[in-house]
Ligand binder design. Structure first.
Ligand code: NAD
Length: 406
């Protein structure tokens, strides 16, 4: 299997085959403008010092400061971060927000760290990256295993070192530390707006059956929002297990269950299946909301959903895209479907810079306007170009970035 960055480049080539761009532009957009690797020393609770490898990849800033999350995961490496940074540049262009693309990470299993060690690691990342980030340079945010509390530690460290006063360097902060209303739910909600806006065009019923891989920030919020709009969540998973109940899972009760048990296995009324089985369940909508490379040429022939709503980044490989397409399964691609998170992050940055605090209703209304507008734009471009939504979203994004470079 190709690594995520190779997959991202293949997606670029495939979009370029539909609408060719100049060679100069393609070579410029195919590589990040800057790759930063750091070694972060952390004094562990047992008195030893451990070195963690951290990254920031700044892909392109033609449209605005680099923007993108920081991932803490044991499998994170430079190729994953490069792919995520590239997708961020495209995603910000799809959402038409004034941001470029970047991404960060640390190779670490945060579950193995104490809270003190996690704070030292987070502050270490911000300290060592300080020369490269800032409200008008590069604005990081949360991603897998990074939380509002981690953003608050990083922002605090950055402000102490640099004297920066607006607090606009990191987004996804807690509300009392300059965070925006609605940021927590933004990615799931944005995905719902995109889905809801295009649902009838995709011939999907008013009440759909939904399967979700991943029950973190994105998957958890998507589950709650879809359920509250009359859709039936029949299966859900986290990194440890997957559960199914064809009559529908009670998401609020499942949240309570996970809070007290730390896992979802054994949730009353459900039966346990594997994560692989979950992806192949019959349903209207399949939502990958965990990690990359989940739908591949190995399982794409067994996917039974009518629509794949990509809330994770890079969950489907290009080979799997072809198989899904040939089987009439529609994919709403990540750089459109999950762009609600970075959109509200940008609202947070704007509020910090202006010293404002917008109401939740304001945030959701502004988000809906953007998601609906861009979902329809990509849908129409796909029809006009006689291509799929992934290629269409790449083409729209590339046109906007090329224009900004010009
Ligand atoms: P998170 O850490 O809050 O949650 C991740 C979830 O995925 C957890 O439930 C975890 O148990 C589960 N998971 C991990 N490995 C798994 C596996 N192999 N199989 C099944 N489940 C697994 O992270 P998140 O912020 O919800 O991010 C999820 C995805 O959404 C990532 O691809 C991320 O890049 C993308 N995304 C996040 C945001 C955001 O605002 N947080 C925005 C856009 C895209």
């Amino acid at each position: 299997m190709l690594n995520p960055f190779e997959n991202a480049l293949l997606q670029l080539t495939r979009a370029n085959n539909v609408k060719p761009f100049s060679k100069e532009f393609l070579s410029r957009i195919s590589q990040p403008e800057r790759e930063i690797r750091i070694s972060i020393p952390v004094k562990m609770d047992d008195g030893t010092t451990k070195i963690f490898e951290g990254y920031r990849v700044e892909h392109n800033n033609a449209r605005g400061p680099y923007k993108g999350g920081i991932r803490f995961h044991q499998d994170t490496d430079i190729n994953e971060v490069k792919a995520l940074a590239f997708w961020m540049a495209l995603k910000c262009a799809v959402a038409n927000i004034p941001m470029g693309g970047g991404k960060g990470g640390v190779t670490v299993d945060p579950e193995k760290l104490s809270k003190t060690e996690l704070e030292k690691l987070s502050r270490g990342w911000a300290r060592m990256m300080a020369p490269n980030i800032g409200p008008d340079k590069d604005v990081p945010a949360p991603d897998v295993n990074t939380t509002p509390e981690i953003m608050a530690w990083m922002n605090d460290e950055y402000m102490k070192i640099t004297g920066e006063k607006t607090g606009a360097t990191f987004t996804g902060k807690p509300l009392d530390k300059g965070g925006s209303e609605g940021r927590g739910a933004a990615t799931g909600l944005g995905g719902f707006y995109v889905f809801d806006c295009l649902r009838t065009k995709m011939n999907l019923p008013e009440s759909c059956t939904v399967v979700i891989q991943g029950f973190g920030n994105v998957g958890g919020n998507a589950a709650e929002i879809l359920a509250s709009h009359g859709h039936k969540i029949i299966a859900l998973s986290d990194s440890k297990s997957a559960i199914v109940n064809e009559n529908g899972l009670d998401i609020q009760a499942l949240n309570e269950f996970k809070k007290s048990n730390k896992h979802i296995e054994g949730f009353p009324g459900s039966r346990t299946i594997t994560n692989a089985e979950l992806l192949e369940l019959p349903c209207d909508v399949l939502i990958p909301a965990a990690l990359e490379n989940q739908i591949t040429e190995k399982n794409a022939n067994n996917i039974k959903a009518k629509l794949v709503l990509e809330l994770a980044n890079g969950p489907t490989t290009p080979e799997a895209d072809d198989i899904l397409l040939s089987r009439g399964i529609i994919t709403l691609p990540d750089i459109l479907a999950n762009s609600g998170g970075v959109t509200v992050s940008t609202f947070e940055w704007e509020q910090n810079l202006k010293g404002e605090h917008w109401s939740e209703q304001d945030v959701y209304e502004k988000l809906k306007v953007i998601m609906d507008r861009e979902a329809l734009e990509i849908y129409e471009r796909a029809k006009a170009l006689n291509t799929d939504m992934r290629r269409a979203s790449f083409i729209v994004a590339l046109e906007r970035i090329e224009q900004a470079i010009k």
